[in-house]
Write a protein of this length. Sequence first.
Length: 595
Amino acid sequence: MDGRALNIQSFESMMKTFDGRHHRPSEAMQEGLRSLQDTLTKMVLGKAESSYYLSSLDPGVGKSTAIIKWIDTYLQCREIYGKHGIIICFDRLDEINRFVDECKIPYDTFAVKVSNSDQLGRDLNNMGLGTESVNDALVLFTTKQQIMLKCKGKGFKGTAAFHYQGGPRRVRIWDESLIVGRELTLDRFELLGLTQEVSKTNPSIALKIEDIASQLKGCNNGEVFHMPDMGMTLNDIMCSLPWASKEKRDVAEILGMFLGRAITVRTDHRGHVAVDCGEAIPEDFAPCLVTDASGRVRETYNLQHHYRGDLIRLRPDAAKEYSNLTISVWRKGSGKSAYEKNGHKVYAEEIVKVIDSRPNEEFLVVRHLEHDDLETDIKKQVSVPDRVKFIHWGRHTATNDFSHIPNIIISSPLNYRLADYEATGRASATLKTTDGALTNEQLNQMRLGENAHHLLQAVCRGLVRRSEGAGCPPAKVWLIASPSTKIESNLPTVFPHCKMELWNTSPDALKGVRLRAFELIKNKFVDSNVHCKVLVPAHKVRKLLGLPQSNFKRDILKNNNFNDILGLHNIFIERISNRYYFVSDNFDYGAQVSL
């Protein structure tokens, strides 16, 4: 049995659904979706390699629909292909709720297994056959956290809680981001925070923790530190007293995991952090399909492939063509320290200008969780508050609630400490300190990749996520980011063929004589029909502007902001035969165009 009929039927069902939605992915995207369904068929037939199969098609292309239609087709002919069980793992409970609703599969073929800690979890566990009948449910929905907790020490195949009819499920799907290992970081100040709690009942342990914190403070950035074992085990640490909060308990657990082993120390202006990685996803969880739209921009998967060799990229990845997306950049620091320094009102005023400039359109503002004041100020100042929706980082993935909104404002990119990037990189590769070091280039690519991942996910909460052939509908993004983050220079990679410009209401936008010069030069290139490299003599621009030579050189030719804006429009300043010219980089060398 080769599964061709299953592939053909599920693909046809998917395309019929797309037709009903007037959604027509490009041929390359269709091939990517076909490859996804073919992987699921290989798994159900037991013919897939023991690897993670990454589908990195962009948001809105149809990965979820492809999976749903494959499951629906498989359920209809499971007697032919065998009942082998399916498990789908999500980050959050609301994602399970949405997916179950979209699947519309018979109640007697599925179950949900999640934590019972809140009402949503209890409601989910009662769906389908119920959590008590997981073994009889052909399709099981769960969270990634459940996999990591319940399979610890037993592996996936040895964890009966996820079995179907007494055996491990063959078809395994990991929705969105995959990090195969566990990121472990231990801040020195978090460590010191434990001593206050421990000193009352175990003063000797408190002194040992203080000593470790003192030794960490003496380490240089990137140094390997051999953590003392304190004469204790992880179990000793966890049982030393009833920890007052989950946060303290988590810190104590990581300390216990670090005892007696080599770890890496990373330092920054906030202090010293111990870094390493641990086990998370059981080693026998592969084969598994991973559907991460950020897969083409993240370094995590490159590291997994390089160090572990168990990642297979499904081809083609068929990135969207974002020529209908315009991104305006305000080149201003917008991290937590910048907001503290400048105050949120500076940012709120500029954001309100943008929103009020499009009085009949909706906006989605992405902010940091702690920037409540920014949201409050925007709502107070904007002319029609109901047109503006808000989400914060951490809730910027896997929701379609805002997919009709054409305008996205990123008030501040999501950045982490160097220690966090190193921990994520090590966890992706399961590269412990004793296994070697990550290079500076790898860490730099980690930072760029994670920034790109979060930006792609946040922007694609809006109208951009919808597909029109190989592209997206017309949409606009406003981004506040310092040039030092390199986020702006990475935008063409994240959003291929997007249009870029400066945020035209920001203090950094062109004004006065520079604005006149820019419009004059840009219009000359737009109006020219010469199919060669266009050279606009700088001295003629100067005469039209009526500027003295010294002022023209200072305010135009040597002004970095002016040069940057020209560069965004593929126009550059060149010196040829001792004269300056404005040059269009879209053409081959040829004629000179006069003003």
